[in-house]
Ligand binder design. Structure first.
Ligand SMILES: O=C(O)CCC(=O)N[C@@H](CCC(=O)O)C(=O)O
Ligand SMILES: [Zn+2]
Length: 340
């Protein structure tokens, strides 16, 4: 099969509706390639004994978060052009291709609230795509679940608002009662991440799914602010790019100490919109990590008042424009260690 991605990138072809499951083929350097579904492509090393790890790189779960989509497309092009040696199994995912075409976060429902769902949750475009992505990841990771090679998943996003800390990660609760792993946090720091939020509750995000159901070290990574395609020069993703290129080349980086500058937080509270009467009483445009003084009224929902009672609290992801039952903000506080 000819390498049609040399004329048009994988992103361009996905946006044009030209990607769907294909037969596997080999690049001139022997790397195995297979398009698994629209916007989903898998690479495997020529020589299986070269394989050091299995990694999923996803973005575009929210269609208007374009900086990581452009980053992943560059990386995919480098592989397809033979510029990057593949010594890992790599699954690259553009999550919500239709939302990417339309430049919106989602069409029907926020896809990052639809993973690990119960069977009786309603049907819809994003629900089906999330179910398909879960199957892709289960299948992709099944090999390393058997042979014990490292399993990683970085789900790359950008935030709706500005942030006092530009690049940060959410580390979902590890399965089987395990604590958070400082080695993984140190690796995130190598990739240019300046803060990590340890999330001790269950979740419905893509990274939580791969952590719980595939045993992957999985993270949601926020890389600056959501901007339209072509307008992402404000954020420097060079460290993240170098880190991901290293993983694809089979290098788990040599950074095992969490640097002092990295801020570690734990999620103290998730504020969930309980009714249509929910009102945010703080500025919804506040930067992520804005400090919150004790006693601040954050929100009201019917008779319930949400008041800050945590010392050194900060606010993340304030958003009143969400459906009932969804997260309207997170309150985080400094974490002292890595226990759950
Ligand atoms: O800026 C915002 O309000 C949202 C940015 C975003 O999409 N964040 C993710 C975080 C997922 C997690 O908590 O792991 C999301 O809301 O899905
Ligand atoms: Zn997002």
């Amino acid at each position: 099969m000819s390498n049609s991605f040399l004329e048009q990138s994988f992103l361009e072809q996905s946006l044009a509706g030209k990607t769907c499951i294909s037969l596997p083929y080999c690049l001139p350097n022997g790397t195995h390639v297979q398009v698994m579904d629209e916007g989903v492509i898998r690479f495997e090393p020529k020589d299986p004994s070269d394989r050091q790890l299995d990694v999923v790189l996803s973005c575009g779960i929210h269609g208007n978060e374009t900086a990581p989509i452009e980053l992943l497309d560059q990386i995919i092009s480098q592989i397809l052009e033979g510029q990057l040696r593949v010594r890992a199994r790599v699954l690259c995912v553009f999550g919500n291709v239709e939302a990417m075409r339309q430049g919106v976060r989602c069409l029907d429902q926020d896809m990052n609230r639809l993973f690990c769902r119960l069977p009786d949750v309603g049907d819809g475009f994003e629900a089906r795509r999330a179910a398909m992505l879960e199957m892709q990841l289960m299948r992709f990771f099944s090999r390393s679940i058997q042979d014990g090679k490292p399993r990683l998943h970085y789900d790359l996003h950008t935030a709706i608002h500005g942030s006092l800390i530009e690049k940060f990660a959410i580390y979902p609760l590890p399965p089987h009662g395990r604590d958070f792993d400082p080695l993984q946090v140190a690796r995130l720091a190598c990739a240019g991440v300046d803060a990590v939020l340890l999330q001790s509750t269950t979740s419905t995000t893509f990274s939580f799914f791969s952590s719980q159901h595939c045993g992957a070290a999985a993270f949601t990574v926020e890389l600056g602010r959501a901007m339209p395609f072509g307008q992402n020069t404000a954020v420097d993703l060079s460290k993240m790019k170098a880190y991901l290129e290293g993983l694809i080349s089979g290098e788990l980086p040599d950074c095992d100490v969490v640097p002092a500058h990295l801020s570690l937080f734990k999620v103290s509270r998730e504020i969930v919109k309980q009714s249509e009467g929910f009102v945010l009483r703080i500025d919804a445009q506040m930067d992520n990590f804005a400090p919150l003084a004790i006693g601040t009224l954050l929100a009201e929902d019917g008779d319930v008042q949400y008041v800050v009672n945590e010392a050194n609290a900060r606010l993340i992801f304030p958003n009143p424009h969400i459906d009932v039952g969804q997260r309207a903000a997170l309150v985080v506080v400094p974490a002292q260690g890595y226990s759950r």
